[in-house]
Design a protein around this ligand. Structure first.
Ligand SMILES: NC(=O)c1ccc[n+]([C@@H]2O[C@H](COP(=O)([O-])OP(=O)(O)OC[C@H]3O[C@@H](n4cnc5c(N)ncnc54)[C@H](OP(=O)(O)O)[C@@H]3O)[C@@H](O)[C@H]2O)c1
Length: 332
């Protein structure tokens, strides 16, 4: 391992966008550690990815209590990289974590109680060796716990100094509005929402984006490449042995149907016509919304991070290009 000195020109690579009506700006592309950062993955590859990202101005790293496998190991590995590489740059980093999905046995390791959220964040901080995270999310709505309790837990977490900001993830529009109102009342504004959004999953266009705009909340879109479907990875019709689909867990070979391939190939032709890769155009497309703070990508290799950096610097889509994409997607 060589000593790490960050690229001195790192802030010249990508733009930064304000999260809603807050004081916080995020890089237009952020790196998520859901895949490729677990205990089963090589630490040296993880180090190269994190260095590559930060060297290109990607200041935001997104984690969650359960990222691995095994659950928790992505935070442990990131903690190692913080100690060995990024420690001198802590004040230049936006590190997020979450709780809300299954993490531990019994009634206190899942969903949205105050008991779970507070203890889970304590464990995340220990794994990463941090005193605080920059953003802490409730990871998914809990149909049983009163929303007031979950939001009060987020407020408490900020007041206790364990997170600077809070957000919600996977909340539908109406629940987001209610959560925002409760948080505002408590004096801890909701900074950001983290929904899934890509050309292949557009649910946020049906009310959520409007709610975020009206509430002054930022938006960071996860899986903007539909886990790699919106790239050149599968265009040949086969599943590369080193791809996410080959793992068959969250993305499966059966997701790559002939109809989907036809859509991806048509989108790819359009992307090439404007001098972009399909992955780049997919990111440019998500970022076309003014209220979109950042695209939250995953990466298995440095070239994918560099692809995203190019995408956020590319010219925006013209109305004609947006319509052409629309036609391809509605045919799908
Ligand atoms: N809040 C939530 O509930 C939630 C849920 C899911 C994810 N997230 C967050 O969102 C982050 C990103 O999710 P994601 O990994 O699904 O995002 P994604 O960007 O849609 O997919 C990333 C995968 O696509 C492939 N890829 C990326 N760039 C590429 C390129 N330029 N060319 C070809 N292939 C490319 C790689 O897969 P290969 O391995 O095939 O190379 C990479 O691992 C996660 O790490 C996590 O932080 C949040």
């Amino acid at each position: 391992m060589t000593h790490y000195l960050a690229n001195h020109a790192r802030y010249e690579s990508i733009p930064y966008r304000r999260s809603g009506k807050s004081g916080l700006k995020l890089p237009a592309v952020s790196l998520g550690l859901w895949h490729n950062f677990g205990g089963v993955d090589r630490l040296e590859t993880q180090r190269a990815l994190v260095r590559c990202a930060f060297d290109h101005g990607i200041t935001h790293f997104d984690l969650a209590n359960n990222y691995g496998p095994p659950p928790g190991s992505a935070e442990t590995n990131f903690g190692t990289l913080l100690r060995t590489d990024l420690a001198p740059y802590r004040d230049e980093l936006i590190i997020s974590s979450k709780a809300g999905y299954t993490m531990g046995p019994g009634p206190y390791g899942d969903w949205g109680s105050r008991k779970y959220l507070v203890s889970s964040l304590d464990q995340s901080l220990k794994r990463m060796g941090l005193e605080y995270v920059d953003i802490f999310y409730h990871h998914r709505p809990d149909p049983e716990t009163p929303l007031e309790e979950t939001m009060a837990a987020l407020d408490h977490i900020v007041r206790s100094g364990k997170a600077l900001y809070v957000g919600v993830s996977n909340y539908p529009a109406d629940l987001t509005r209610r959560a925002a109102k409760i948080l505002r009342g408590l004096g801890t504004p909701c900074l950001i929402h983290q929904p899934r959004y890509s050309m292949l999953d557009r649910w946020v266009e049906d009310g959520l984006l409007q709610a975020l705009d009206e509430e002054g909340i930022g938006c960071i879109a996860f899986s903007p490449l539909a886990q790699g479907l919106l790239s050149d990875r599968y265009l040949g019709g086969s599943v590369p042995s080193d791809s996410r689909a080959s793992l068959g867990v969250f993305l499966k070979p059966t997701d790559i149907t002939p109809e989907r391939l036809a859509t991806l190939r048509a989108l790819n032709d359009l992307a090439q016509g404007r001098g972009q890769t399909l992955a780049q155009m997919a990111l440019t497309w998500v970022l076309r919304h003014q209220g979109m703070t950042s695209v939250l990508i995953g990466a298995s290799r440095e070239s994918q991070i560099l692809d995203a950096v190019k995408a956020v610097n590319a010219a925006g889509l013209s109305d004609t290009e947006v319509s052409a994409i629309e036609r391809i997607l509605t045919k799908a």
